[in-house]
Design a protein around this ligand. Structure first.
Ligand code: BGC
Length: 268
């Protein structure tokens, strides 16, 4: 039997109780990693997911924390240390939308999204890097000292009317990721991002559930289907594994071609 891709590695996924985060948790566990399943609310789901993994002979621990709060973040990583003995893979995935037309957007809506989608990612990544350094390199586990994977969005490059807070956070995340990657690569810390397009989860249910909405959405997706959380999760496993050991500071778009200006199929 060949060894599993992430055998012996310890992972933490923020927002791991639903949507893309849940699929990433499952996929990492299926690849042999022990996983901390972070959640903000939705404890029942996090417990169910962890119990399912443990019933299959894996290891998973649900931990509540608000990633936008420094103390919560630290507690989350302490829990990973205590329960899993350390951390090798951090998927900074938690994200929210608070949509509004630009002039209607409240400061609270702006701040909430920046706090979770950008500051929360920064705090998690900072905790991760500090822990990686403390642990030191163990080449039996992985060729890298540690891996950080951000869940970004196609909106790190595609402007999005009615979602200025979200697009600003994701655009910021792109350069946070690249600056970190440049700064930390010499320590064998790999930092990368995944940029999902339209993936079938609760966050965008309005955009895919009804036939009419789905038809409109498909106009934006050259590949002709809405994405599944597993499309993203498979890439997360690869980015977390030594198979991508030379991949540093890259964004992998998982979007069915959404960022390719589909309107230009007929226009221009
Ligand atoms: C957003 C979704 C949206 C997708 C494509 C994602 O980052 O969270 O609501 O459907 O981008 O526009």
């Amino acid at each position: 039997m060949t060894a599993q891709l992430l055998q012996g590695q310890r992972a933490l996924v923020t927002g791991g109780n639903s949507g893309i985060g849940e699929a990433i948790v499952q996929a990492l566990a299926d690849a042999g990693a022990a996983v901390v399943v972070n959640f903000l609310s939705g404890e029942e789901d996090a417990k169910r997911i962890a119990a399912g993994i443990e019933a299959n002979g894996g290891r998973a621990v649900p931990v509540q924390a608000d990633v936008s709060k420094p103390d919560d973040c630290k507690r989350l990583f302490d829990a990973a240390d205590k329960q899993l003995g350390g951390i090798d893979i951090v998927v900074a995935n938690a994200g929210i939308q608070r949509d509004a037309a630009f002039t209607e957007m409240s400061l609270e809506q702006w701040r909430e999204v920046i706090d979770v989608n950008l500051t929360g990612q920064f705090l998690c990544a900072q905790n991760a890097v500090r822990r990686f350094r403390k642990q030191g390199l163990d080449q039996h586990r992985s060729a890298a000292l540690g891996k950080v994977i951000f869940t970004s969005s196609v909106h790190q490059v595609i402007p999005w009317a009615g979602h200025a807070n979200y697009a600003a956070a994701k655009g910021g995340l792109k350069l946070l990721m690249e600056s970190m990657a440049q700064e930390l690569a010499s320590e064998k810390i790999r930092v990368n991002a995944i940029a999902p397009g339209a993936i079938k989860t609760d966050i965008n249910r309005d955009a895919w559930e009804s036939k009419g909405a789905r038809e409109d959405l498909l106009q934006l997706i050259p590949y002709g289907r809405v994405g599944e959380p597993e499309d993203v999760a498979n890439v997360a496993v690869w980015l977390a594994s030594d198979q991508s050991d030379y991949v540093v500071g890259t964004t992998v778009f998982v979007d069915g071609g959404m960022r390719l200006y589909p309107a230009f199929r007929e226009g221009g």
